[in-house]
Design a protein around this ligand. Structure first.
Ligand code: SF4
Length: 72
């Protein structure tokens, strides 16, 4: 298992993650990225996933490095 940790307050809304990994990431109405099925707690959004999938690409391409993928 892996966990995506998204520090949403740091997102600058560049849109790269939604292009790199659209099955998990989309842009929200407030101009920041949204992690689909993510659970928000105090500004940090988390979601557990089986496989890293394209989230590692999204994490690497995020210019402010606010997407993290860790082992659970
Ligand atoms: S790549 Fe990073 S800064 Fe850009 S929209 Fe996605 S989370 Fe926000």
């Amino acid at each position: 298992m892996k966990k995506i940790i998204f520090e949403r307050s740091k997102c600058i809304g560049c849109g790269t993650c939604s292009v790199t990994c659209p099955s998990f990431w989309e842009m929200g109405d407030d101009g920041r990225a949204k992690l689909t099925e993510g659970v928000e707690n105090k500004g940090v959004v988390e979601r557990e996933i089986e496989e890293e999938s394209c989230n590692s690409d999204a994490a690497q391409s995020c210019p402010v490095q606010c997407i993290h993928v860790t082992d659970v």
